[in-house]
Write a protein that binds this ligand. Structure first.
Ligand code: ATP
Ligand code: MG
Length: 255
């Protein structure tokens, strides 16, 4: 069975999408079969991969309708790396979801038929703890939490952890926190070191050693519709995501 990992933090702009898109790229480069699901109405992951959000079908049509993930899956430029795009219709999902049967399980249910086709299914969640993110968490085996190296980084982490605990207690006991990854790190700022120390208190033994530096190339790649692997594989940002992918495989391997 493929492992499902959601990239979650209800705080906006902390590097969720950058991490999801580029981690998936390096996992595919390691020869893993990877599916990225764009679960965010902003469709940033979709556009970061150079895919149009104006497609007529995407994740929303699967979650709410008769379509299957196989029908809406698209290729990326990377071998072994496929995408379930978010289209504009996902923006209305919050309201419409409320009346659906098994509304917290829509993603989980629909993933069952394709889980075996992939080694990893990575879910890019929106910056909220609403029903879309709940769907992401319920569908997941593990959670990866990007944390931005800044002063207020840890604000809201308590709420995120209690949401995860609620899902563990009521819906999915086996849901696990894989770890936190520090993003946009700049070692010149002492502040970031404080954040790191505080983070260790939140997630003992669960902080990835691979830290993602603040890197201009990482912020440029999306406007070219490319992963950092395609845009500038020699950049510091690329090297960091490559290391993260190796560490990620190590921590998610069953053996
Ligand atoms: P949202 O909550 O809106 O979904 P997010 O958590 O997915 O945001 P990203 O979109 O990945 O965050 O990143 C926010 C912005 O910061 C983007 O413009 C992105 O290109 C930039 N960025 C992310 N990581 C880095 C980095 N390591 N170095 C430089 N810029 C970065
Ligand atoms: Mg995002």
């Amino acid at each position: 069975m493929g492992q499902v990992i959601s990239v979650v933090n209800q705080k906006g702009g902390v590097g969720k999408t950058t991490t999801a898109v580029n981690l998936a790229a390096y996992l595919s480069q390691l020869g893993k079969f990877v599916l990225l699901i764009d679960l965010d109405p902003q469709s940033n992951a979709t556009s970061n991969l150079g895919v149009s959000k104006d497609l007529d079908k995407g994740v929303y049509e699967v979650l709410t309708g008769p379509h299957s993930f196989r029908e809406v899956m698209v290729d990326t430029i990377h071998e072994y790396y496929k995408l379930i795009p978010a289209t504009v219709s996902l923006a209305g999902a919050g309201v419409e979801f409320v009346n659906l049967d098994r509304r917290e399980f829509r993603l989980y249910d629909n993933l069952l038929e394709i889980r075996n086709d992939f080694d990893y299914i990575i879910i890019d969640c929106p910056p909220s703890l609403g029903l879309l993110t709940i769907n992401g968490l319920v569908a997941s085996d593990q959670v990866l939490i990007p944390v931005q190296a800044e002063y207020f980084a840890l604000e809201g982490l308590g709420q995120l952890i209690s949401t995860i605990s609620l899902i563990q207690e009521n819906i999915k006991p086996e849901l696990d926190i894989l770890g936190a990854v520090l993003t946009m790190y700049d070692k010149r700022f002492k502040l970031a070191n404080d954040v790191l120390m505080e983070l260790y208190r939140y997630f003992p033994n669960k902080i990835f050693r691979s830290v993602i530096p603040r890197n201009i190339r990482l912020s440029e790649a999306p406007s070219h519709g490319k992963t950092i692997l395609a845009y500038d594989p020699k950049s510091k940002g690329a090297k960091a995501y490559e290391r993260l992918a190796r560490e990620f495989v190590y921590h998610t391997s069953p053996y």
